[in-house]
Design a protein around this ligand. Structure first.
Ligand code: B1M
Length: 224
């Protein structure tokens, strides 16, 4: 196996199992080994392109994480560790995207709807979609209709994702979808969150409902 292939495979394993950096004690089986932080730095120093790192190491790792989570083989804490490892790798790669040397698959705007402060699920979805090669514009929690509309004006062509965790804020999700559709009739809108269902998604006129991050990633890969 070539050195660069071996390096990218090692990096991919670090992200999948949440090995952030050499100091990180998690996972115990990888203690004192280099993590995503060091391996990404080495890969860039060796001339591997940011796109290759993303496509051959980070995206496959996050895809395995998403599939395992969907099959209930791993849970939120493991996903958060994978997110942290990916974040430490992305810290090295992001500057190349910001200065235009590398290209993203598209832009995804995400937020938790107005009145709702829950963000753990929304952050996981954002992280998985970022791991699939998309630029993320995270509007945070308690996001007003105006804020979504301003973000769409700033990022034409972006796909939008709404999360809601409260039965009471599902109504705000509906209002957001209606207002966005009024201004941008062909806007692609994804919805999710514990109380949201396929039936509700259809009723409010959103394009797609996913019960988990992986479904959202797969939808973006095939429809956007
Ligand atoms: Co709140 N809370 N909470 N809470 N909270 C729930 C949601 C609740 C079910 C608890 C309960 O009563 N059993 C209940 C809602 C009841 C209802 O509406 N029917 C509830 C309540 C009532 C409240 C308050 C009103 C409590 C109070 O103050 N009286 C209050 C509301 C505050 C507000 O938002 N205005 C409140 C506050 C909080 C905390 C701040 C303390 C904290 C949030 C911390 C944070 O997010 N930073 C909190 C928490 C942690 C929870 C529970 C325990 C866990 C939620 C969570 O993070 N789950 C929750 C009970 C529970 O679910 N067991 C509860 C893990 C997360 C990974 O799952 O967010 O569903 P989830 O995301 C999933 C999927 O849904 C999907 O992917 C994720 C991964 O699979 N997904 C998407 C999510 N968004 C998506 C978007 C997509 C696609 C998929 O496309 C765009």
């Amino acid at each position: 196996m070539s050195d660069s292939k071996e390096l990218l495979e090692k990096l991919s394993v670090c992200v999948e199992f949440g090995k952030v950096d050499i100091k990180s004690p998690y996972p115990p089986a990888m203690r004192d080994q280099e993590g995503a932080f060091e391996l990404t730095r080495t890969a860039l120093q060796e001339g591997i392109s940011p796109t290759e790192i993303l496509e051959k190491a980070l995206i496959p790792a996050m895809s395995r994480v998403g599939q395992k989570f969907s099959r209930n083989e791993i849970f939120v804490p493991q996903m958060l560790m994978a997110a942290k490892a990916m974040g430490s790798s992305m810290g090295h790669i992001k500057p190349y995207y910001l200065n235009g040397q590398a290209k993203r698959r598209g832009t995804f705007i995400i937020g938790t709807v107005s009145g709702d402060l829950h963000d753990i699920g929304k952050n996981l979805v954002a992280m998985m979609i970022e791991g699939a090669g998309w630029e993320i514009i995270d509007l945070g929690v308690d996001v007003s209709v105006d804020k979504y509309i301003c973000a769409l004006a700033d990022h034409p062509g972006a796909v939008i994702g709404l999360s809601a965790l409260l039965t009471t804020t599902m109504e705000n999700m509906r209002e957001t979808v209606v207002a966005v559709r009024e201004k941008y009739p062909s806007q692609k809108i994804l919805v999710g969150g514990a109380p949201v269902t396929q039936e509700f998604c259809t009723k409010i006129g959103a394009d797609f409902y996913s019960p988990d991050p992986q479904g959202a990633v797969e939808y973006l890969q095939t429809h956007a």
